[in-house]
Design a protein around this ligand. Sequence first.
Ligand code: SF4
Length: 346
Amino acid sequence: METKVSPSTARAKAELLAGGAVKVPKDSRLPFLPSRSTAGPGAGSTAVVFSFGNTRAKKSISRDEGEFELLRDGDEMSILRNGEVFIAGVSLVPTLYHAPHQAFINIDSTCIMDCKFCATPRLNEGITKNLTDEKIIDMVKDASRKEGFQSVSFTSGVPSSPAMAVRRMAGLVSATRKLFPRTAIGVEPYVTRPDEVEMLKEAGADEIKLNIESFDRDIFEKVCPNRDFDTIMHMIIHASEVFGKNRVSSNIIYGLGETDENVLEGVRVLANTGAVATLRALRTNQYNAPELERALGALIPVTAERMLRLAEEEKKILQSYGLTTLGFKTMCHSCLSCDIVPFWDV
Ligand code: SF4
């Protein structure tokens, strides 16, 4: 199957994602506010989504230094590396909330689960937001009036119990569904009971993301000390029955010390249930690096080659199960910004 981007663009995207920040010169004004995400791999950093060659990449930006540099020449923009043009024909994509074309809202950044890779609960007060349901619905309405609005997604930490967080999410899905009967809605909860999956579907969610995080059981136990691997797998299997094929996704983070075989075994197990893995290279920053090193020891940074190789292998597995990333309308497979996306990029 044809991909949406050329091999050289996919390679450049992988190198950009694997590399350091993009320096945006102090005298260069951004046409809109950068994204200050409270969830996802860029949580806690100031980031911008760059578009080039029919794909996108979200990168931390810095006004002082960076491995890459944004160059403006009139209306044209390029990303430089070592003073040379690395990617030409670059444009900046606005994020409605967190992601391009989506109101992807983190309902609550507070979390008791203590997953070691997650920066979200470690963000300081200034970044963490206290959002009421009313405010969240106002944010969805606000996003819906903006150009390019396509979908709504909700994620959440677990401030007290998983059940309460899911119940709140279902209420927000239901309110959103009433306002927007035809807009795709995605949810990324931590569910522990099958009826919670059904509650979200009945509230009006179209797609669900239940993150297994790592298929290496030893690593999982070290990085997700308060979550249960078997419960998550059970929920993924149930979600695939409730939501259907190509409507369920699940993050597998790589770069935690696992092998490629282990990652791809995870892709296969998920595909066998009808779920599509989101393969995500580990990103470290000042919020998660100390905890990760305490749990796992020194980590080897993920290379662009590994990103491309794993995405290509995932594509072959998904094809053999009749699955694809291309049908997703919400969350990461449609956003494209943080990962090499099989079928789109490779
Ligand atoms: S790929 Fe996922 S985590 Fe990254 S910006 Fe898009 S929606 Fe957020």
